[in-house]
Design a protein around this ligand. Structure first.
Ligand code: CO
Length: 224
């Protein structure tokens, strides 16, 4: 049986089981949504927002893209944010990255991926890697470097979200959190709580902005 056919059968089973265990469930779903959380995560199939947080339909308003990047010029991203903040009036915005992220890994590669849309998309990650190249290059190439950049990126998205006028000037300003998911143990690590004044976060978010000897330090800088 092909996968879509299997999914449709699973859907029939799920709907029946759900209705049996909670007869009012679909009635509530049909009445409307009032999620209190906007989730911004990676498209990676291994990081499904609802599953890893034990959430149910109706709990999370979700936007996912390659490497969980916030881009204020992206109408897809901004329309989701606008609706979440202005209409749903969510209390919390959660940016959740993950270790072992392929998009982050690609951004550390000196060569382009051969995928023009992906390359354009991860451009800001390449810039971020360059801005933090001293710290990143002190780490062994590979998993550690990729994972640290994934953390730095989450913090960068959190900062960008907090300062975008849609959030900053909202009638009800949501808390913006930065999380990262571990594929090896299924646990989420909090990088930034909803309180931007937290000391730990301030320290963690102070990025390296000094210039470096680009050709030696960041061979990929030439492509920035
Ligand atoms: Co990813």
């Amino acid at each position: 049986m092909n996968k879509p056919k299997r999914m449709l059968l699973e859907n029939i089973a799920w709907a029946a089981e759900t209705a049996e265990s909670d007869p009012a469930f679909f009635g509530r779903l049909a009445q409307g949504q009032s999620p209190t959380v906007l989730w911004i995560g990676c498209s990676d199939s291994r990081v499904p927002a609802e599953t890893i947080t034990n959430s149910n339909p109706g709990n999370l308003f979700v936007h996912r893209n390659i490497a969980n990047l916030f881009c204020a010029e992206d109408d897809n991203m901004m329309s989701v944010l606008e609706y979440a903040v202005c209409v749903l009036k969510v209390e919390d915005v959660i940016v959740c990255g993950h270790y072992g992220c392929g998009g982050v890994q690609a951004s550390l590669s000196p060569t382009c991926t051969g995928l023009p849309h992906v390359d354009r998309r991860i451009g800001p990650l390449r810039s971020l890697a360059h801005a933090h190249c001293v710290e990143l290059n002190a780490l062994p190439a590979g998993e550690e470097r990729i994972n640290r950049l994934a953390e730095l990126s989450v913090l960068e998205q959190v900062r960008a979200l907090r300062r975008v006028p849609l959030v900053r000037d909202a009638e009800r300003v949501p808390r913006v959190h930065g999380w990262i998911f571990g594929l090896r143990n299924g646990r989420i690590k909090v990088l930034s709580s909803g309180d931007p004044r937290e000391a730990g976060e301030a320290a963690a978010s102070t990025g390296h902005v000094a210039t470096c000897a680009e050709s030696e330090c960041c061979p990929e800088a030439a492509s920035l």
